[in-house]
Design a protein around this ligand. Sequence first.
Ligand SMILES: [Zn+2]
Length: 343
Amino acid sequence: MLSFSGLVRAIGPYGGYKFASELTKNYPRILMYHRFSDHGVSGSLSKSILDKQFSYLKENFEVLSLSDVLNECELSNSSAGRKKPIVSLTIDDGYRDFYEICFPLLKKYQFPATFYVATDFVGQGIWLWHDKLKWIIENGSVISESFFVKEREYSREYWLDNKTKLWRELVSVMLKMPGEEIADLLDRISFLAKTTPPASPIPEYRAVSWSELREMQADRVSIGGHTKSHYSLGYLSKDDIKAQVLGCRDHLSHELGEQSRHFCFPNGQPTDITEFAKAEVKNAGFESAVAAYYDRSGVSDRFSMSRHGVGESWFGFLKSVWGIDRLGAQLLDRNSKFDWGEM
Ligand SMILES: [Zn+2]
């Protein structure tokens, strides 16, 4: 039996994409990017694929800033007059590869974008904690004794077996920890692995500088907030959530000037986006906030707008931009009627 994806692959090039796009034309597609590299090393998007995606967007879509997308959404039936569907580009975290690889391509195609930065990552030159953990696992000695995280044992054998798997598993557990527990655990693991990470990240994991952010802000890149330390807000105390949101906002205003900005929840899963955290982001004056997953709610909640993750897969990219993901989310949601109007 032909799967949904198989069906899309089969009919897409013969008008299926255009048909899906017609059904979802009023729905803006917010794309989510993270890392870039010259030749697509693991976990990053290569320059050539990004160039191909942007060239395709230039031809078939209207690429708008997030603020313009929100303004369009406020005006009823606003996109009806547009001939092409709307796409908005967002990039998370604050890594320097955005400045080196993506920004020149944004200029080439004259696209606006929103770049969300963790302000301590930029301002204090600290590691993002998941990169630090990766460095420790890759560069440390094999641990001499087991350690426990949330009652799960991580043994010497486990460490030896598959370092990437170990890293992924620890990240998924640590994402559900408060910030100070993460810092303590990193110290404990680096002690057991008899290594000390450099005080600042190695080049691969380095952040942009404030001056680079100023340069980009003057050239169609909106700089948004991504907290101070990149901890999941869903596992912090109320005071810590406030400190992460307001501290990030104030640091951005101080370095880049006061202006309307957007926010992105670290990790960005439903458990990270609590009503309290959303209210704090709103009260801090951010114009909107984005999640890191895609579901049928789309952009209906301005403070947890869902996004389409973009990777190396060309087919995955086409499904996102032509609205196939959107249609799929609508069709597969059995609890609600298929609503053609609010896409
Ligand atoms: Zn992030």
